[in-house]
Design a protein around this ligand. Structure first.
Ligand code: ZN
Length: 97
């Protein structure tokens, strides 16, 4: 429950209307349009790594694993291997963010 929420809601300062129309994103990803076969067995939610990845939200453990050259978990129920566990544990202790 101690997810550090990273605020990356940078508003794009695109002034030109033409530019905005061309660059407009067709489909905005929300947890509602997450394909069923990609749904996480945990049922999803604000702290679900699958949901968060899908909508482009910041995932703490992914950040930690990437930084340590470890593979990411497929979903919330995937077991952590020892290296992943250690890396996460370490990151909790140091809390470098
Ligand atoms: Zn999940």
């Amino acid at each position: 429950m101690d997810n550090v929420k990273c605020k990356n809601e940078k508003k794009r300062g695109l002034e030109s209307k033409h530019y905005v129309e061309k660059k407009r994103i067709k489909t905005i990803r929300t947890v509602n349009n997450l394909p069923k076969n990609m749904r996480c067995p945990c049922g999803g939610g604000q702290s679900c790594i699958v949901d968060r990845r899908w909508i482009g939200d910041w995932v703490h453990e992914d950040n930690v694993f990437l930084r340590n050259n470890l593979s990411l978990r497929k979903n919330c129920f995937a077991e952590l291997n020892l290296k992943q566990h250690n890396a996460l544990h370490k990151s909790m202790l140091i809390s470098s963010d």
